[in-house]
Design a protein around this ligand. Structure first.
Ligand code: AMP
Length: 427
């Protein structure tokens, strides 16, 4: 099979690594890719926003499956355009991608199909939104309706912060994405990520994971795209798993089908485990980054037939197998991230680090120049490891990190601390 993967981050490196391992694949391209992905796939300088160019590439190269990593091309309808051109593509169409592209859309779906989530209201003007938060009080959550590169959510602990967030969004900080604002009840509890592979009708749960959004150890500092993740998480017990499937995932898939916009692809639920049970606080319509990295490490089954079955509506006949061992990933970021940071700093020692047992290093933002690797983004590397326990996986990942010589990078030193605490108390 000829496969084209779209994207350039650590998520796509993990997908490329897993796809390239499939005996079904004879050729894999990635557009645009990065220096690490280039080890698994031929990177091509295609403009992913130019759907006609992507289609022409697929036709010329007889691509039989396109796998879309990030949300932007999904929201722009690339899957619809590829499908219309007779090319199979993994991911939701534009209408179904609204589950991520419009927070108001998702909240209305939850309310129509009784999916547990925080109370909310949608607003198209600042005056009404301000009156609402003043009546509700803080803490409260203010969200830009549209895609805002992960920055459109303000968890306001005070009324002042909520008012400032509303003003900022309606003043155009996120452009059209903030023309509508959703104000949501503040949920308390443990936050987990839940993934399901969907074919429009059937949903197969993937392994559970937990990521670490704050930039510094002990969950301090500003939110980021994710500084690390591990899988499985002990907090998704079999009971919680069943509740999430039956109360959140399955009603969503059924609801989307009944609305005439069947969801195919990876549905990623951000779930808060509250005292009243699991509640949805957001959907994404693709793999999480860095959760994808640990899921791909733990997936024993070939991923390519799973993607094909999701495209073809054949998941009801499907079964995915996983390694029991936990996997963990630590993100190495450029100093300054998630604020301003330098690009182009040199990274050494990667080959040596990759030799440690159970370790795999995925590149999130790198370029190769004259045989050396240079940072090319905020989140730059994902140092992943498997182990018999989360603690062993963590020790291996940090051992690898200590072999990486990158003075301009940093990482958290406590990834998976919650799971390690549970391991310690259960020993
Ligand atoms: P998002 O960009 O939607 O992933 O949201 C960023 C972060 O905001 C999430 O990871 C949560 O920690 C937090 N968050 C979002 N919605 C809520 C909510 N209703 N209550 C509490 N925290 C929330």
């Amino acid at each position: 099979m000829h496969i084209l993967l779209l994207g350039s981050g650590g998520r796509e490196h993990a997908l490329a690594w897993k796809i390239a391992a499939s005996p079904l694949v004879t050729k894999l391209w990635c557009a645009p890719g990065n220096a690490g992905i280039a080890r698994e796939a031929e990177c091509v300088a295609l403009d992913v926003a130019d759907h006609a160019a992507v289609i022409a590439f697929c036709e010329t190269n007889k691509v039989e499956l396109v796998v879309v990593g990030p949300e932007t091309p999904l929201a722009a309808g690339i899957v619809d355009d590829l499908t219309a051109a007779g090319i199979k593509a993994f991911g939701p169409g534009k209408e179904a991608a609204q589950l991520e592209g419009s927070k108001g859309f998702t909240k209305d779906l939850c309310s129509e199909f009784n999916i547990p989530t925080g109370a909310y209201r949608r607003f198209d003007n600042a005056a009404d939104a301000l009156a609402y938060v003043r009546a509700q009080g803080a803490p409260i959550v203010v969200k830009a309706d549209g895609l805002a590169a992960g920055k459109g959510v303000v968890v306001a602990m005070t009324l002042l912060e909520a008012e400032a967030a509303i003003a900022m969004m309606f003043e155009g900080a996120f452009g059209a994405a903030g023309a509508e604002v959703v104000i949501e009840e503040f949920l308390t509890g443990r936050e987990i990520s839940f993934f399901a592979l969907c074919d429009g009708e059937t949903a197969i749960p993937l392994a559970s994971a937990q990521d670490h959004k704050r930039v510094f150890d002990h969950d301090q500092g500003p939110n980021t795209g994710g500084m690390g993740a591990y899988s499985p998480t002990p907090f998704v017990t079999p009971e919680v798993h069943d509740q999430i499937m039956s109360r959140i995932i399955l009603p969503t898939v059924a609801g989307m089908k009944s609305r005439g916009m069947p969801f195919r692809g990876v549905l990623y639920a951000g779930v808060m485990l509250t005292e009243q049970g699991p509640k949805l606080f957001e959907y994404n319509v693709r793999f999480g980054d860095p959760e994808c990295q640990v899921l791909m490490m733990r997936m024993m089954s070939d991923v390519v037939p799973a993607f094909m079955a999701a495209c073809d509506g054949e998941l009801r006949h499907f079964n995915l197998r996983w390694y029991d061992e936990p996997a963990l990933t630590v993100v190495m970021a450029a100093k300054g991230y998630p604020g301003d940071y330098k690009k182009g700093t040199r990274i050494d020692g990667l080959d040596d680090a990759g030799k440690i047992d159970g370790v795999e290093i995925f590149h999130a933002g790198t370029v190769a120049k004259d045989g050396a690797i240079f940072a090319n983004g905020g989140r730059v590397l994902n140092v992943c490891a498997m182990g018999k326990t989360v603690r062993e996986a963590q020790a291996r990942a940090y051992q690898a990190i200590d072999r990486i010589n990158w003075p301009d990078g940093f990482c958290r030193r406590d990834i998976a601390w919650q799971a390690i605490e549970v391991e310690k108390t259960s020993q």
